[in-house]
Write a protein that binds this ligand. Structure first.
Ligand SMILES: NC(=O)c1ccc[n+]([C@@H]2O[C@H](COP(=O)([O-])OP(=O)(O)OC[C@H]3O[C@@H](n4cnc5c(N)ncnc54)[C@H](OP(=O)(O)O)[C@@H]3O)[C@@H](O)[C@H]2O)c1
Length: 333
C-alpha cells in the first residue's frame, strides 16, 4: 500500500492546504490502484514468461481452419473453441442460416486476445461435383488452409438386407467420398506449402462394427483407412493427419439419422442423449490437434474394451455382437 500511496500522492500533487480537499480522490485512486495494477502486472509477467520460454498460450492463433459440419453439435463446439483460440475460421455445411447463427454467436461472445470474423461456405458433401468447386471458393478466402477438420457426417438405422442401396450410397457420399474430395482439393495446397493438418472426425464405429449401423460403420471404417494411408503418404511432405474416434456424444446425430428407407429417424436415442457433451469432445479434439496426435479415441471404457476385443479376441467380439443384434430385434418386434 505504501508504494501505491506514494505514487498516488505524487499524481494528485497535494499541498498541505489542498491535501484535505484531495483526500477523497486519493482514497478512491488508492482503492482502484491494485485492481487495475495487479492484472496488468500478471499480464506483463505471463507475457515475459511466454517470450522467455517460448510458451504459447494460444498455439493455434492465426491458423486458417476449415470446419465442416460447423452448423451444429461437435462442429459448432469446435468453432467456439477455435474462435476463442484466435483461429481464422471457415465454417461449412448445408444450412447457411445455421452457420450464420453460429457466426453471430461467436462474434457476440467474450474473448481474450485477437479474433477473426469467421467466413461461411455453403457445402453439400453429397454433391461431389460441387465439393470440387467449393475447394477453390475456400482457398480464395485466405489463399491457403492450415487445418482441415472433416467433421460433418450422418448416421443411419437399419439392417443390411433391409436398407436401400440409395441410403448406403448417401452415407458413403456424406461420410467418405465428400470428405475425400474436399481433402484432395485442400491437401494439394498444403503439400505446396509443405505444411498443414487434416483431421477426420471418425467414430469408435470406425474401429469395430455394430449391428443395424452397417452403412455408418462402413463409412467410418473407410475414413479410418483413408486417414491411415494419407498419413503414411504425406508425413515426409510435412502434412499431419489426425483421426479422432468419439463414442456417443450428445448431439443431433441420431435425430438426423436416416432409416432403412431413407426417411429421417427423428428420435434422440438414449445412448446419444447420455453421451459426452459436444464441448468436452471438441476440447479433446483441439488437444489432439495441438499435441500432434495421430489417432485418438474419445470414449468411456466400454468402447475401448470393444476395440481391444475386436483386435485380440475377434470370435468373442462376434458372439457379443450377435447377442446384441438378437436383443435389438426382440426389442423392436
Ligand atoms: N454424436 C455422436 O454420438 C458421434 C459419435 C461419434 C462420431 N460422431 C461424428 O461426429 C461428427 C459430427 O456429428 P455430430 O454428432 O455433431 O452430429 P450433428 O449435430 O447432426 O452434426 C452433423 C453436422 O454435419 C453436417 N452435415 C450433414 N450432412 C451434410 C452434408 N451432406 N454436407 C455438409 N454437411 C453436412 C450438418 O450440417 P447441415 O445440416 O447444415 O449440412 C451438421 O453440422 C460426425 O462425423 C459424426 O459421425 C458423432
Amino acid at each position: 500500500m505504501g508504494i501505491a500511496s506514494e505514487i498516488l500522492s505524487s499524481l494528485t500533487n497535494s499541498t498541505s492546504e489542498g491535501e484535505v480537499a484531495n483526500r477523497p480522490i486519493r482514497n478512491a485512486l488508492t482503492v482502484l490502484f491494485w485492481p487495475v495494477a495487479l492484472p496488468y502486472l500478471v499480464y506483463k509477467f505471463v507475457n515475459m514468461f511466454r517470450r522467455r520460454f517460448g510458451l504459447k498460450l494460444r498455439p493455434l492463433e492465426g491458423k486458417v481452419v476449415v470446419i465442416t459440419g460447423a452448423s451444429s453439435g461437435i462442429g459448432e463446439s469446435l468453432a467456439k473453441l477455435l474462435y476463442e483460440d484466435g483461429c481464422r475460421l471457415i465454417l461449412a455445411s448445408r444450412r447457411i442460416e445455421e452457420l450464420e447463427r453460429v457466426k453471430a454467436d461467436l462474434v457476440r461472445s467474450r474473448t481474450y486476445g485477437p479474433v477473426y470474423v469467421p467466413a461461411i461456405v455453403q457445402l453439400d458433401l453429397a454433391d461431389l461435383k460441387s465439393v470440387q468447386s467449393k475447394t477453390s471458393e475456400i482457398l480464395q478466402i485466405y489463399g491457403y488452409v492450415d487445418i482441415l477438420i472433416n467433421n460433418a457426417g450422418m448416421t443411419h438405422r437399419g439392417d443390411v438386407l433391409g436398407t436401400s442401396i440409395e441410403v448406403d450410397q448417401r452415407l458413403m457420399s456424406v461420410n467418405y467420398f465428400g470428405p475425400l474430395a474436399l481433402t484432395k482439393g485442400l491437401a494439394h495446397s498444403m503439400v505446396e506449402r509443405r505444411s498443414g493438418r487434416v483431421v477426420f472426425v471418425s467414430s469408435v464405429q470406425g474401429k469395430f462394427a455394430l449391428p443395424f449401423r452397417s452403412a455408418y460403420t462402413a463409412s467410418k471404417h473407410a475414413v479410418q483407412a483413408l486417414a491411415d494411408s494419407l498419413r503414411a503418404e504425406l508425413t515426409d511432405l510435412g502434412i499431419k493427419v489426425t483421426v479422432v474416434s468419439p463414442g456417443y456424444v450428445k448431439t443431433q446425430l441420431s435425430m438426423n439419422a436416416l432409416t432403412a428407407s431413407g426417411e429421417q429417424h427423428g428420435q434422440m436415442d438414449a445412448s446419444t442423449a447420455s453421451g459426452l457433451s459436444p464441448d468436452v469432445c471438441a476440447r479433446k479434439i483441439v488437444d489432439a490437434i495441438v499435441n500432434g496426435d495421430n489417432d485418438v479415441v474419445i470414449s468411456s471404457l466400454l468402447p475401448r474394451v470393444a476395440i481391444f476385443l475386436r483386435g485380440f479376441w475377434p470370435d468373442f467380439f462376434f458372439w457379443l455382437m450377435a447377442n446384441r443384434a438378437r436383443k435389438e430385434l426382440n426389442l423392436s418386434s
